[in-house]
Design a protein around this ligand. Structure first.
Ligand code: BES
Ligand code: MN
Ligand code: MN
Length: 461
């Protein structure tokens, strides 16, 4: 591995320049005006996969944004790793809070600032460069590699989901390597073995058929905002427990061992609070912060719409009010079942003087991967070799809904080898990625291929 690692080191500057080019493409998946940029970003990924040495690269158009596929299957008898990531990024607003323009990558100290730097372009690029480093030094890879890089992760991965269903043979692999999560702390090699799931709902409350004068009518009619607020306040109790009937039925309990493992991680609740501008933390009674964010389900209101929100005052009773409510789920909760339980509970607590509509916006299953899986072991060893330190294991509060489909449909073991940091402002202004971690990620990816090729054998057909 010496030559491969040396090659990665001697190309550091070049790789960063290429990454900048990738980051200049404003591939915002949710905005129709960026559709051309989505094509450009897909083309960029495809070109770089070809340059890296893969021998079959294809862009698959979908009903939405294109998927980029690449493969090199020149190691018969060796396992196959599928590398997944996304080239789409979140919108940039509020733009006035960015210190440098979001699509003009800017290096300050060890960090590169741009939308998508850590989520997920920088992390996707690590794997492309690790493949290249092997081909440039050895002329081959130690195992078989497939890439699937999508452009719809931030909007629910609908077309990738369909693609997986229809292309099980094409994507068939033994492990799925994903870098779209975070390190536990800077410089600490980390494997994430759990992700939360998601159930995202919208509740619309309608009172009077039109907006009303709040003096003429106020007191004699239901106010949808007041009603909605009261309903929201009945979703979580004083101790932080969700009151929806049956909500906890399928929750996997934290084992004693896992609680001990979490406690052994160097984590300061105080510092964590300070970093986000808080003096006091809150959450479900009886659990630590790490337990709350990694292993317990939650319910949060993400936005409320309704009434007059302009400057100054307008005396009005609105006709409608809407809330966007998300629930982060843990194994073995099922987002479809939770959606039904939520709807039933909302209908139960809705007063008869208003009408209430409940819709589901999107969802995703939670994930937990066994620590004794060969792919996980190879991932942990690979990071340890790259960082020169022992790898820690953590769970994650965020979601990557497609992971479960890889696991179930391809029977491939997911390995979450994220190199981001949760302080790198993903989805918010001044997103950045630590370039030392970028470099360590390229090496971790290379070591993974080497380790996994030695410790695993391909699945029986
Ligand atoms: N890369 C993130 C998931 C993530 C977030 C991992 C934080 C580690 C730390 C991913 O791109 C993402 O934003 N996921 C969404 C999923 C949703 C759009 C279905 C999320 O978690 O909100
Ligand atoms: Mn991501
Ligand atoms: Mn994201």
């Amino acid at each position: 591995m010496k030559e491969v690692i040396e090659y990665i080191d001697s190309n550091k500057g070049k790789y960063i320049e290429e990454l900048k080019e990738f980051l200049r493409i404003p591939s915002i998946s949710t905005l129709p005006e960026n559709n051309k940029d989505m094509q450009r970003a897909a083309q960029f990924v495809a070109d770089k996969l070809k340059d890296a040495g893969l021998n079959r690269v294809e862009i698959f158009q979908t009903e939405g944004h294109p998927l980029v596929y690449g493969e090199w299957l020149g190691s018969p008898g060796k396992p196959t790793v599928l590398i997944y990531g996304h080239y789409d990024v979140q919108p940039v607003d509020p733009i006035e809070l960015w210190s440098s323009p979001p699509f003009e990558p800017t290096i300050v100290g060890d960090n590169i600032f741009a939308r998508g730097a850590t989520d997920d372009k920088g992390q996707v690029y690590m794997h492309i460069k690790s493949v290249e480093s092997f081909f440039k030094t050895k002329g081959s890879l130690p195992l078989n590699v497939k890439f699937i890089i999508e452009g719809e992760e931030e909007i629910g991965s609908n077309n990738l989901s369909i693609f997986i269903k229809n292309n099980v043979e094409l994507l068939k692999s033994d492990a799925v390597l994903i870098s779209d999560t975070a390190l536990f702390a800077p410089g600490v090699p980390t494997i994430t073995y759990g992700l939360r799931g998601l159930c995202y709902m919208e509740v619309e409350v309608t009172g009077p058929s039109r907006d009303l004068h709040s003096g003429t009518f106020g007191g004699g009619v239901p106010n949808p905002i007041n009603v909605l607020a009261k309903m929201i306040s009945q979703l979580v109790d004083k101790e932080g427990r969700i009151k929806i009937d049956g909500f906890y039925d399928d929750v996997l309990k934290l084992s004693k061992k896992e609680r001990e493992n979490f406690k052994a991680l160097k984590f300061s609740e105080k510092q964590w609070a300070k970093e986000i501008g808080l003096k006091h933390l809150t959450g479900e009674k009886g659990y630590t912060t790490l337990e709350r964010i990694w292993a317990r389900p939650t319910l949060d209101c993400n936005g409320i719409l309704g009434g007059f929100t302009g400057q100054g005052a307008k005396t009005v009773i609105p006709s409608k009010a809407t809330a966007k409510i998300s629930m982060r789920l843990v194994p073995h909760q099922d987002p479809n079942k939770i959606e039904k339980l939520f709807t039933k509970y909302i209908k139960k607590i809705a007063p008869k003087e208003v009408s209430v509509k409940v819709t589901s916006l999107h969802g995703g299953y939670p994930v937990i991967t066994p620590l004794e899986d060969k792919a996980t072991i190879a991932g942990a060893k690979a990071m340890q070799l790259a960082f020169g330190k022992k790898t820690v294991f953590m769970r994650e509060g965020g979601s990557i809904p497609i992971v479960v489909e890889f696991a179930n449909r391809l029977k491939a073991s997911p390995v979450l080898m994220g190199l981001g940091l949760n302080t790198e402002n993903l989805h918010s202004p001044n997103e950045h990625f630590n370039l030392n971690h970028f470099q360590l990620g390229i090496k971790s990816s290379a070591y993974f291929m080497d380790e996994y090729s030695m410790n695993a054998s391909p699945q029986k057909k």
